[in-house]
Write a protein that binds this ligand. Structure first.
Ligand SMILES: Nc1nc2c(c(=O)[nH]1)N[C@H]1C(S)=C(S)[C@@H](COP(=O)(O)O)O[C@H]1N2
Ligand SMILES: [Mo]
Length: 357
């Protein structure tokens, strides 16, 4: 389906929602399109690149209506960026207390090389009014889960919209953007939750307030663990520093002794990953992981370590720091929330270690 490998973990067939298994995700710094996770709230819309138009309206000096050819006349830029769904690692939070929704593991995170034009350049052409503060994106796919059912949308602050890394992209890993990832054009908002990277975008509206779309005003908000009257939650934008162990995978049997461990770490909104540590004693003692170079500040930092494991059941733990010295919190219980967003607690993988024959 959708040009995806059949080893993806499929959470839903229609709309299609799937993530790569940890071993597959671990394979490359830039995720192959066949393994890149997919998050859809509605059915993938039919889109004809020849008929596609991008409307730019709202608080602008002049409204634009751009064809794909006209969009491509702006300067082209490439960004290697990771996307991460706010529901990444929800499955683990659900073990504490049930959470509805797709039970994402650590694979609702992937990295790609995106090519397109800067949103900033398109906004400059339209001329942004002084009262503008947010930029809204909308797409034609209808999400039945929204109330009322509506087009998918969301917004980002104008300051972020004007930053060089936010693209209107038509290419992914050097090939045309596949339909399931937003063809002909999607927004790519590096450093923010995946929901702001609106696929199949056909309208950009400059506003004084955040989008009133369901996925900005109601969904993708961090609610308190216990309901509070009148509290509609924290609007999610920049992601939190996070890490995951990809190899070995949970439940794997590995030889006791020296065991190679690898994974990813990702920091929000332009903050780099500064340090990753792993522990095999539940977090009393830590050892430093080796960090790969980052091809761009907007993508994950892959890491590796060799740990010593005794025979029997073992737990490997990882935690990352970002360049603002923020570190992942220890306990999932402290960040559990009713929609299961932003699980960025220490990552824990249980494995069984057996003596080498
Ligand atoms: N139009 C539209 N854009 C969308 C979505 C959607 O359902 N419809 N899902 C969002 C969410 S929640 C995420 S995490 C990312 C996932 O992007 P991907 O499917 O290319 O991995 O797309 C975002 N953009
Ligand atoms: Mo998402």
């Amino acid at each position: 389906m959708w040009g995806k490998h059949d080893d993806l973990i499929v959470h839903e067939h229609e709309p299609f929602n799937a993530e790569p298994a940890p071993h597959a995700l671990a394979r490359a710094a830039v995720t192959g399109v066949g393994h890149f996770y997919v998050r859809n709230h509605g059915i993938v819309p039919e889109s004809d690149p020849a008929r596609w138009r991008l409307a730019v309206d709202g608080l602008v000096g002049r409204e634009l209506r751009l064809s794909l050819a006209e969009l491509r006349e702006f300067d082209h830029h490439e960004v290697v960026a990771s996307l991460q769904c706010a529901g990444n690692r929800r499955s683990s939070l659900s073990k504490l207390q049930d959470i509805p929704g797709h039970q994402w593991g650590p694979g609702a995170t992937s990295a790609a090389r995106w090519k397109g034009v800067r949103l900033a350049d398109v906004l400059a052409r339209a001329g942004v009014a002084a009262t503008a503060a947010h930029v809204e994106f909308e797409a034609p796919d209808i999400a039945e889960e929204a109330s009322p059912p509506q087009r998918f949308g969301g917004s980002i602050p104008l300051s972020k919209a004007r930053s060089g890394e936010v693209l209107l992209a038509w290419e992914m890993n050097g090939a045309p953007l596949p339909p399931v990832h937003g063809a002909p054009v999607r927004v790519v908002v590096p450093g923010y939750i995946g929901a702001r990277s609106v696929k199949w975008v056909d309208r950009i509206t400059v506003r004084s307030r955040p989008s009133a779309n369901f996925f900005q005003a109601v969904a993708y908000r961090l609610l308190p663990a216990e309901p509070v009257a009148g509290e509609d939650g924290i609007e999610l934008g920049p992601i939190a520093v996070n890490s995951a162990i990809l190899t070995p995978a949970a439940g794997e049997t590995v030889p006791a002794g020296a065991t190679a461990v690898s994974g990813y770490a990702l920091a929000g909104d332009g903050r780099g990953v500064a340090r990753v540590e792993v522990s095999v004693d539940g977090g009393s003692r830590w050892q430093r992981a080796e960090l790969d170079e980052q091809p761009s500040p907007w993508t994950w930092r892959r890491w590796r370590a060799v740990v010593q494991l005794p025979p029997g059941e073992a737990e490997i733990v990882s935690r990352a720091w970002d360049t603002a010295a923020a570190v992942q919190p220890e306990r999932e219980a402290d960040l559990w929330n009713p929609k299961g967003y932003f699980n960025h607690a220490w990552y824990r993988t249980r494995v069984t270690c057996v003596d080498r024959a």
